[in-house]
Design a protein around this ligand. Sequence first.
Ligand code: GAR
Length: 177
Amino acid sequence: MPRKRVAILISGRGSNMSALIDAPKERSYPAAVVLVVSNRPDEAGIETAQNDGIETAVVDHKKFKDRESFEQELQKVLEAHRIEIVCLAGFMRLLTPWIISRWDGRMINIHHALLPAFKGLDTHERAIAAGVKEHGATVHHVVPEMDSGPIIIQASVPVMKDDTPDALAKRVLAVEH
Ligand code: GAR
């Protein structure tokens, strides 16, 4: 069976991207990462993907007058590469229903918290401040409401006494990968 053509969308260093690129190296894996797109031109993730021999594209949101024209270009790039599944891996732009509806059931996101707790940013700081004993990561389908689609899988880690956001982030990132 042909492997599903996967695109990864990033905004930064791309360590989750690397985990996704490494997973399908096994020949029987049903998906292959064929494209990495960043909305930021100078981030490490793009170079990492290039070194892995993956095609890359930059769609810099700052060059577009509004969200919709940015998303139209993004959609064009995804279609040009005949993408079937989109993975958001540290992608820091909110997408509108215009593009999300085009990927219904075929766009997933990784979030650094045990959803529905701690949607949005600064999740590790907020988890420590809330005094929760467990924190973690969630992979979920993307729907128009931020960090809210049906959950696919979660992994949890303990929050230690005297934890710092950095130490907790490291523990969470390991299970994200
Ligand atoms: C990850 O912790 C990911 O969960 C989070 O950003 C980090 C990206 O790291 N995602 C978001 O904040 C999405 N809104 P990476 O670039 O090394 O994969």
